[in-house]
Design a protein around this ligand. Structure first.
Ligand SMILES: [Mn+2]
Length: 451
Protein backbone atom coordinates (compact mmCIF):
# COMPACT_ATOMS: atom_id res chain seq x y z
CA UNK A 1 0.00 0.00 0.00
CA UNK A 2 2.73 2.41 1.06
CA UNK A 3 4.68 1.38 -2.03
CA UNK A 4 1.69 2.09 -4.21
CA UNK A 5 1.12 5.53 -2.67
CA UNK A 6 4.76 6.45 -3.15
CA UNK A 7 4.62 5.18 -6.68
CA UNK A 8 1.64 7.43 -7.50
CA UNK A 9 3.43 10.44 -6.00
CA UNK A 10 6.59 9.68 -7.99
CA UNK A 11 4.52 9.35 -11.17
CA UNK A 12 2.90 12.74 -10.62
CA UNK A 13 6.34 14.24 -9.96
CA UNK A 14 7.56 12.77 -13.27
CA UNK A 15 4.74 14.55 -15.08
CA UNK A 16 6.02 17.79 -13.52
CA UNK A 17 9.57 16.87 -14.53
CA UNK A 18 8.57 16.49 -18.18
CA UNK A 19 6.81 19.86 -18.23
CA UNK A 20 9.83 21.52 -16.67
CA UNK A 21 12.15 19.87 -19.19
CA UNK A 22 9.94 20.95 -22.09
CA UNK A 23 10.04 24.61 -21.03
CA UNK A 24 13.81 24.56 -20.43
CA UNK A 25 14.24 23.17 -23.96
CA UNK A 26 12.00 25.93 -25.34
CA UNK A 27 14.37 28.41 -23.63
CA UNK A 28 11.58 29.82 -21.48
CA UNK A 29 12.63 31.64 -18.32
CA UNK A 30 11.35 29.44 -15.48
CA UNK A 31 9.46 31.52 -12.89
CA UNK A 32 10.12 30.02 -9.44
CA UNK A 33 8.15 31.06 -6.34
CA UNK A 34 9.03 29.68 -2.92
CA UNK A 35 8.79 30.11 0.84
CA UNK A 36 11.30 32.02 3.02
CA UNK A 37 12.13 29.25 5.50
CA UNK A 38 14.94 26.68 5.25
CA UNK A 39 12.66 24.21 3.48
CA UNK A 40 11.44 26.80 0.97
CA UNK A 41 14.94 28.07 0.22
CA UNK A 42 16.24 24.50 -0.25
CA UNK A 43 13.29 23.77 -2.53
CA UNK A 44 14.04 26.83 -4.67
CA UNK A 45 17.71 25.80 -4.53
CA UNK A 46 16.87 22.39 -5.97
CA UNK A 47 14.88 23.78 -8.89
CA UNK A 48 17.41 26.54 -9.67
CA UNK A 49 20.28 24.02 -9.63
CA UNK A 50 18.42 21.70 -11.96
CA UNK A 51 17.48 24.48 -14.39
CA UNK A 52 21.03 25.87 -14.34
CA UNK A 53 22.59 22.46 -14.98
CA UNK A 54 20.26 21.98 -17.94
CA UNK A 55 21.43 25.30 -19.39
CA UNK A 56 18.14 27.07 -18.69
CA UNK A 57 17.25 30.40 -17.10
CA UNK A 58 15.14 31.21 -14.08
CA UNK A 59 13.68 34.07 -12.08
CA UNK A 60 13.10 33.38 -8.36
CA UNK A 61 10.92 35.21 -5.83
CA UNK A 62 10.72 34.25 -2.17
CA UNK A 63 7.66 35.03 -0.06
CA UNK A 64 7.13 34.82 3.74
CA UNK A 65 3.50 34.02 3.02
CA UNK A 66 1.79 33.69 -0.35
CA UNK A 67 -1.28 35.91 -0.39
CA UNK A 68 -4.14 36.14 -2.82
CA UNK A 69 -2.78 39.48 -4.15
CA UNK A 70 0.66 37.97 -4.72
CA UNK A 71 -0.79 35.22 -6.88
CA UNK A 72 -2.84 37.77 -8.79
CA UNK A 73 0.21 39.89 -9.59
CA UNK A 74 2.27 36.82 -10.55
CA UNK A 75 -0.48 35.85 -12.92
CA UNK A 76 -0.18 39.14 -14.78
CA UNK A 77 3.54 38.55 -15.46
CA UNK A 78 4.54 37.16 -18.83
CA UNK A 79 6.10 33.76 -18.16
CA UNK A 80 5.28 30.42 -19.78
CA UNK A 81 5.96 28.25 -16.73
CA UNK A 82 5.46 28.98 -13.03
CA UNK A 83 6.87 26.62 -10.38
CA UNK A 84 5.49 27.07 -6.86
CA UNK A 85 7.62 25.35 -4.20
CA UNK A 86 6.66 24.61 -0.58
CA UNK A 87 3.47 26.62 -1.15
CA UNK A 88 0.64 26.99 -3.64
CA UNK A 89 -1.68 24.10 -2.77
CA UNK A 90 -3.83 26.37 -0.59
CA UNK A 91 -4.23 28.85 -3.46
CA UNK A 92 -5.15 26.37 -6.17
CA UNK A 93 -8.40 28.24 -6.97
CA UNK A 94 -6.39 31.32 -7.96
CA UNK A 95 -3.64 29.29 -9.65
CA UNK A 96 -6.22 27.44 -11.76
CA UNK A 97 -6.92 30.81 -13.39
CA UNK A 98 -3.41 31.11 -14.81
CA UNK A 99 -3.30 31.01 -18.59
CA UNK A 100 0.06 29.19 -18.72
CA UNK A 101 1.63 25.99 -17.41
CA UNK A 102 2.03 25.78 -13.63
CA UNK A 103 3.74 23.22 -11.40
CA UNK A 104 2.89 23.14 -7.69
CA UNK A 105 5.40 21.31 -5.48
CA UNK A 106 3.89 21.55 -2.01
CA UNK A 107 3.46 19.39 1.09
CA UNK A 108 0.91 21.42 3.05
CA UNK A 109 -2.65 20.14 3.31
CA UNK A 110 -4.45 21.06 0.06
CA UNK A 111 -8.09 22.17 -0.15
CA UNK A 112 -10.77 20.32 -2.10
CA UNK A 113 -10.12 22.08 -5.41
CA UNK A 114 -9.13 19.93 -8.39
CA UNK A 115 -6.20 21.15 -10.48
CA UNK A 116 -7.04 22.17 -14.04
CA UNK A 117 -5.26 20.58 -16.96
CA UNK A 118 -2.47 23.17 -17.24
CA UNK A 119 -1.61 22.79 -13.53
CA UNK A 120 0.48 19.83 -12.36
CA UNK A 121 -0.26 19.53 -8.66
CA UNK A 122 2.34 17.46 -6.79
CA UNK A 123 1.45 17.06 -3.12
CA UNK A 124 1.89 13.94 -0.94
CA UNK A 125 -1.52 14.43 0.71
CA UNK A 126 -3.21 13.81 -2.66
CA UNK A 127 -1.84 10.27 -2.47
CA UNK A 128 -2.49 9.58 1.21
CA UNK A 129 1.06 10.40 2.30
CA UNK A 130 1.53 12.48 5.46
CA UNK A 131 3.23 15.65 4.23
CA UNK A 132 4.14 16.98 7.66
CA UNK A 133 6.29 13.95 8.50
CA UNK A 134 7.27 12.00 5.40
CA UNK A 135 8.34 14.62 2.87
CA UNK A 136 9.13 18.33 2.84
CA UNK A 137 8.62 20.98 0.17
CA UNK A 138 12.20 20.48 -0.93
CA UNK A 139 11.59 16.72 -0.99
CA UNK A 140 8.69 17.23 -3.40
CA UNK A 141 10.85 19.59 -5.46
CA UNK A 142 13.57 16.95 -5.57
CA UNK A 143 11.11 14.38 -6.89
CA UNK A 144 10.22 16.79 -9.68
CA UNK A 145 13.80 17.08 -10.97
CA UNK A 146 14.99 13.57 -10.11
CA UNK A 147 13.99 12.35 -13.57
CA UNK A 148 16.54 14.73 -15.13
CA UNK A 149 19.39 12.78 -13.56
CA UNK A 150 19.57 15.04 -10.51
CA UNK A 151 19.93 12.59 -7.66
CA UNK A 152 22.97 14.50 -6.39
CA UNK A 153 20.46 17.14 -5.20
CA UNK A 154 19.03 14.73 -2.60
CA UNK A 155 21.17 16.39 0.08
CA UNK A 156 19.28 19.69 -0.33
CA UNK A 157 15.99 17.80 -0.04
CA UNK A 158 17.10 16.56 3.38
CA UNK A 159 18.34 20.01 4.40
CA UNK A 160 14.74 21.12 3.84
CA UNK A 161 13.36 18.15 5.77
CA UNK A 162 15.55 19.14 8.74
CA UNK A 163 14.26 22.70 8.42
CA UNK A 164 10.68 21.47 8.76
CA UNK A 165 11.63 19.29 11.77
CA UNK A 166 10.85 16.08 9.90
CA UNK A 167 13.80 14.24 11.39
CA UNK A 168 12.54 12.56 14.56
CA UNK A 169 14.97 9.81 15.54
CA UNK A 170 15.03 8.93 11.82
CA UNK A 171 13.54 9.75 8.44
CA UNK A 172 10.21 8.24 7.44
CA UNK A 173 8.47 7.35 4.19
CA UNK A 174 9.60 9.25 1.12
CA UNK A 175 12.31 11.00 3.14
CA UNK A 176 13.85 7.59 3.71
CA UNK A 177 13.92 6.93 -0.03
CA UNK A 178 15.54 10.35 -0.56
CA UNK A 179 18.15 9.53 2.09
CA UNK A 180 19.02 6.27 0.35
CA UNK A 181 19.52 8.14 -2.92
CA UNK A 182 21.50 10.81 -1.06
CA UNK A 183 23.89 8.21 0.29
CA UNK A 184 24.38 6.79 -3.17
CA UNK A 185 24.47 9.94 -5.31
CA UNK A 186 25.10 12.94 -3.03
CA UNK A 187 27.96 11.63 -0.82
CA UNK A 188 25.84 11.85 2.34
CA UNK A 189 27.44 9.95 5.23
CA UNK A 190 25.73 8.90 8.45
CA UNK A 191 27.55 8.60 11.78
CA UNK A 192 26.58 8.27 15.42
CA UNK A 193 27.86 11.45 16.98
CA UNK A 194 27.14 14.40 19.25
CA UNK A 195 24.40 16.55 17.78
CA UNK A 196 25.72 19.91 18.99
CA UNK A 197 25.47 22.92 16.65
CA UNK A 198 28.29 24.12 14.35
CA UNK A 199 30.85 21.83 15.95
CA UNK A 200 33.10 22.05 12.89
CA UNK A 201 33.58 25.79 13.12
CA UNK A 202 32.61 27.25 16.53
CA UNK A 203 34.32 26.94 19.95
CA UNK A 204 32.67 24.22 22.03
CA UNK A 205 30.98 26.49 24.57
CA UNK A 206 29.20 28.24 21.71
CA UNK A 207 28.34 24.95 20.01
CA UNK A 208 26.66 23.86 23.21
CA UNK A 209 24.86 27.13 23.96
CA UNK A 210 23.65 27.36 20.33
CA UNK A 211 22.20 23.85 20.34
CA UNK A 212 18.43 24.23 20.15
CA UNK A 213 17.44 20.77 18.96
CA UNK A 214 17.64 18.73 21.09
CA UNK A 215 17.63 21.33 23.87
CA UNK A 216 20.14 21.03 26.70
CA UNK A 217 18.52 22.18 29.96
CA UNK A 218 20.80 24.62 31.80
CA UNK A 219 23.09 25.09 28.78
CA UNK A 220 21.08 25.96 25.65
CA UNK A 221 20.90 29.73 25.22
CA UNK A 222 23.39 30.42 28.00
CA UNK A 223 27.02 31.07 27.00
CA UNK A 224 28.27 31.54 30.58
CA UNK A 225 26.65 28.37 31.85
CA UNK A 226 28.22 26.45 28.95
CA UNK A 227 31.67 27.81 29.80
CA UNK A 228 31.26 26.87 33.45
CA UNK A 229 30.00 23.43 32.55
CA UNK A 230 33.08 22.78 30.39
CA UNK A 231 35.44 24.10 33.06
CA UNK A 232 33.81 21.87 35.64
CA UNK A 233 34.41 18.75 33.57
CA UNK A 234 37.98 19.85 32.90
CA UNK A 235 37.78 20.82 29.22
CA UNK A 236 38.97 24.04 27.65
CA UNK A 237 35.94 25.83 26.30
CA UNK A 238 37.63 28.01 23.70
CA UNK A 239 38.59 25.33 21.17
CA UNK A 240 36.52 23.52 18.59
CA UNK A 241 34.98 20.16 19.39
CA UNK A 242 37.05 18.57 16.62
CA UNK A 243 40.28 19.84 18.24
CA UNK A 244 39.58 17.96 21.48
CA UNK A 245 41.50 14.75 22.11
CA UNK A 246 39.49 11.57 21.55
CA UNK A 247 39.36 10.96 25.30
CA UNK A 248 38.10 14.51 25.94
CA UNK A 249 35.41 14.08 23.30
CA UNK A 250 34.25 10.98 25.17
CA UNK A 251 34.08 12.86 28.49
CA UNK A 252 31.99 15.58 26.88
CA UNK A 253 29.75 13.00 25.25
CA UNK A 254 29.11 11.21 28.54
CA UNK A 255 28.37 14.44 30.41
CA UNK A 256 26.00 15.79 27.74
CA UNK A 257 24.14 12.47 27.51
CA UNK A 258 23.45 12.79 31.25
CA UNK A 259 21.71 16.12 30.51
CA UNK A 260 19.79 14.91 27.45
CA UNK A 261 20.32 11.42 25.98
CA UNK A 262 19.01 12.66 22.62
CA UNK A 263 22.17 14.74 22.19
CA UNK A 264 23.91 11.63 20.87
CA UNK A 265 22.51 10.10 17.71
CA UNK A 266 22.61 10.00 13.94
CA UNK A 267 24.41 12.87 12.25
CA UNK A 268 24.25 13.41 8.48
CA UNK A 269 27.24 14.95 6.77
CA UNK A 270 28.64 15.94 3.39
CA UNK A 271 32.36 15.24 3.97
CA UNK A 272 33.59 17.44 1.12
CA UNK A 273 31.42 20.44 2.03
CA UNK A 274 32.69 23.61 3.81
CA UNK A 275 32.80 23.09 7.62
CA UNK A 276 29.86 25.45 8.24
CA UNK A 277 27.58 23.43 5.95
CA UNK A 278 29.08 19.96 6.35
CA UNK A 279 26.37 18.83 8.73
CA UNK A 280 22.96 18.90 7.00
CA UNK A 281 21.28 20.28 10.10
CA UNK A 282 23.81 23.14 10.34
CA UNK A 283 23.21 23.78 6.62
CA UNK A 284 19.51 24.04 7.31
CA UNK A 285 20.07 26.43 10.24
CA UNK A 286 22.18 28.74 8.10
CA UNK A 287 19.47 28.86 5.43
CA UNK A 288 16.94 29.55 8.16
CA UNK A 289 19.07 32.50 9.31
CA UNK A 290 19.20 33.81 5.70
CA UNK A 291 15.41 33.60 5.54
CA UNK A 292 14.89 35.28 8.91
CA UNK A 293 17.37 38.00 7.93
CA UNK A 294 15.46 38.50 4.65
CA UNK A 295 18.62 37.68 2.64
CA UNK A 296 16.82 35.33 0.30
CA UNK A 297 19.26 35.73 -2.58
CA UNK A 298 22.09 34.78 -0.26
CA UNK A 299 20.29 31.60 0.77
CA UNK A 300 19.74 30.61 -2.87
CA UNK A 301 23.38 31.41 -3.70
CA UNK A 302 24.53 29.01 -0.99
CA UNK A 303 22.27 26.31 -2.43
CA UNK A 304 23.79 27.01 -5.85
CA UNK A 305 27.25 26.35 -4.44
CA UNK A 306 28.58 29.84 -3.82
CA UNK A 307 30.93 29.76 -0.79
CA UNK A 308 33.74 32.06 0.47
CA UNK A 309 32.27 35.57 0.84
CA UNK A 310 28.66 34.38 0.64
CA UNK A 311 29.25 31.89 3.42
CA UNK A 312 30.98 34.53 5.51
CA UNK A 313 28.02 36.87 5.21
CA UNK A 314 25.58 34.06 5.99
CA UNK A 315 27.63 33.10 9.02
CA UNK A 316 27.55 36.66 10.35
CA UNK A 317 23.82 36.69 9.85
CA UNK A 318 23.47 33.46 11.77
CA UNK A 319 25.63 34.77 14.61
CA UNK A 320 23.46 37.86 14.81
CA UNK A 321 20.36 35.66 15.08
CA UNK A 322 22.00 33.40 17.67
CA UNK A 323 22.97 36.40 19.78
CA UNK A 324 19.38 37.59 19.66
CA UNK A 325 18.24 34.22 20.96
CA UNK A 326 20.84 34.35 23.76
CA UNK A 327 19.51 37.79 24.73
CA UNK A 328 15.97 36.46 24.57
CA UNK A 329 16.74 33.59 26.92
CA UNK A 330 18.43 36.01 29.32
CA UNK A 331 15.33 38.16 29.22
CA UNK A 332 13.16 35.17 30.15
CA UNK A 333 15.50 34.12 32.94
CA UNK A 334 15.31 37.65 34.38
CA UNK A 335 11.64 38.41 33.84
CA UNK A 336 10.01 35.00 34.10
CA UNK A 337 6.47 34.37 32.90
CA UNK A 338 3.03 35.21 34.27
CA UNK A 339 1.27 32.05 35.44
CA UNK A 340 -2.45 31.38 35.12
CA UNK A 341 -3.98 28.11 36.26
CA UNK A 342 -3.49 26.20 32.98
CA UNK A 343 -1.26 28.44 30.87
CA UNK A 344 1.74 30.76 31.28
CA UNK A 345 2.55 33.81 29.22
CA UNK A 346 5.22 36.40 28.46
CA UNK A 347 4.68 39.79 26.84
CA UNK A 348 7.11 41.95 24.91
CA UNK A 349 7.18 45.18 22.96
CA UNK A 350 10.89 44.79 22.24
CA UNK A 351 11.63 44.97 18.52
CA UNK A 352 13.91 41.93 18.54
CA UNK A 353 12.20 39.74 21.14
CA UNK A 354 8.96 40.11 19.15
CA UNK A 355 10.48 38.35 16.15
CA UNK A 356 11.84 35.38 18.11
CA UNK A 357 9.24 34.93 20.83
CA UNK A 358 7.78 31.75 19.26
CA UNK A 359 11.20 30.09 19.13
CA UNK A 360 11.91 31.21 22.71
CA UNK A 361 8.62 29.64 23.85
CA UNK A 362 9.26 26.32 22.06
CA UNK A 363 12.92 25.92 22.93
CA UNK A 364 12.27 27.29 26.45
CA UNK A 365 9.83 24.44 27.08
CA UNK A 366 12.28 21.86 25.75
CA UNK A 367 15.00 23.09 28.14
CA UNK A 368 12.55 23.34 31.06
CA UNK A 369 12.89 27.09 31.39
CA UNK A 370 9.13 27.03 31.93
CA UNK A 371 6.69 24.74 33.70
CA UNK A 372 6.38 21.85 31.22
CA UNK A 373 2.81 21.13 32.38
CA UNK A 374 1.37 24.31 30.85
CA UNK A 375 1.46 25.66 27.29
CA UNK A 376 3.58 28.82 26.91
CA UNK A 377 2.17 31.90 25.23
CA UNK A 378 4.41 34.59 23.75
CA UNK A 379 2.63 37.89 23.16
CA UNK A 380 4.07 40.72 21.10
CA UNK A 381 2.50 44.07 20.48
CA UNK A 382 2.04 45.42 16.96
CA UNK A 383 0.18 48.77 17.11
CA UNK A 384 -3.47 47.99 17.84
CA UNK A 385 -2.97 44.22 17.58
CA UNK A 386 -1.10 41.55 19.44
CA UNK A 387 0.60 38.60 17.85
CA UNK A 388 0.29 35.42 19.85
CA UNK A 389 2.64 32.43 19.57
CA UNK A 390 1.78 29.36 21.61
CA UNK A 391 3.90 26.25 22.13
CA UNK A 392 3.25 23.10 24.12
CA UNK A 393 4.78 19.67 24.68
CA UNK A 394 4.06 16.35 22.93
CA UNK A 395 2.90 14.98 26.25
CA UNK A 396 0.26 17.73 26.75
CA UNK A 397 -0.96 17.14 23.18
CA UNK A 398 -1.37 13.48 24.03
CA UNK A 399 -3.39 14.53 27.09
CA UNK A 400 -5.83 16.42 24.85
CA UNK A 401 -4.39 19.89 24.15
CA UNK A 402 -4.94 21.06 20.57
CA UNK A 403 -3.46 24.52 20.11
CA UNK A 404 -4.46 24.83 16.47
CA UNK A 405 -8.14 24.37 17.23
CA UNK A 406 -8.05 26.47 20.41
CA UNK A 407 -6.38 29.42 18.71
CA UNK A 408 -8.51 29.27 15.60
CA UNK A 409 -11.76 29.28 17.60
CA UNK A 410 -10.78 31.83 20.23
CA UNK A 411 -9.12 34.29 17.84
CA UNK A 412 -12.21 34.22 15.64
CA UNK A 413 -14.48 35.08 18.56
CA UNK A 414 -12.37 38.19 19.26
CA UNK A 415 -12.30 39.36 15.66
CA UNK A 416 -8.85 37.97 14.87
CA UNK A 417 -7.50 34.92 13.09
CA UNK A 418 -5.36 32.00 14.18
CA UNK A 419 -4.33 28.41 13.59
CA UNK A 420 -1.32 26.16 13.08
CA UNK A 421 -0.52 22.74 14.51
CA UNK A 422 -1.62 20.89 17.66
CA UNK A 423 1.78 21.51 19.28
CA UNK A 424 2.56 25.01 17.94
CA UNK A 425 0.09 27.66 16.83
CA UNK A 426 -0.34 31.39 16.43
CA UNK A 427 -2.97 34.11 16.28
CA UNK A 428 -3.44 37.83 15.72
CA UNK A 429 -6.10 39.64 17.77
CA UNK A 430 -6.86 43.23 18.85
CA UNK A 431 -4.72 44.37 21.80
CA UNK A 432 -7.73 45.39 23.85
CA UNK A 433 -8.91 41.77 23.94
CA UNK A 434 -5.68 40.44 25.45
CA UNK A 435 -7.05 39.68 28.93
CA UNK A 436 -10.24 38.15 27.60
CA UNK A 437 -8.23 36.04 25.20
CA UNK A 438 -5.90 34.74 27.92
CA UNK A 439 -8.80 33.92 30.25
CA UNK A 440 -10.67 32.05 27.57
CA UNK A 441 -7.56 30.17 26.44
CA UNK A 442 -6.88 29.27 30.08
CA UNK A 443 -10.42 27.80 30.28
CA UNK A 444 -10.16 25.95 26.98
CA UNK A 445 -6.81 24.36 27.86
CA UNK A 446 -8.24 23.38 31.25
CA UNK A 447 -11.18 21.67 29.52
CA UNK A 448 -8.84 19.96 27.02
CA UNK A 449 -7.00 18.50 29.99
CA UNK A 450 -10.26 17.37 31.59
CA UNK A 451 -10.05 19.81 34.50
MN1 LIG B 1 7.89 23.18 4.12
Amino acid sequence: MTQKKQHSLLNRADVACNILKKHIEKEDVIRIISHNDADGLSAAGIITNAVKEEGGQYHVSIFPRLKHEDVMSLRSEKFNLYVFCDMGSALLDEINNFKTDVIILDHHIPNETEAKEHVVHVNPHLFGIEGSKEISGSGVSYLAVRGMDKKHLASLALVGAFGDMQFQDGFLGVNKLILEEGEEFATIEIHDDLKIASKENEPIYKSIAYTLNPGLPGLTGDLEASMMFLEKIGLSYGIKFLDLEGEEQDILKDELIKINPKIFGKVFTLPKESPELRNLEDYSNILDACGKGKKYGLGISLCLGERKKALEVANDLQNKYRNQLIKGFNWIRNEGVVELENIQYMYSEDKIIKTIIGTLAGVGLSIKLFDVNKPVIGISRYHKDIKISVRTTRSLVESGVNLSKALQDIALSFGGHGGGHDIAAGAMIPFKEQDNFLNLLNDVIGKDLGK
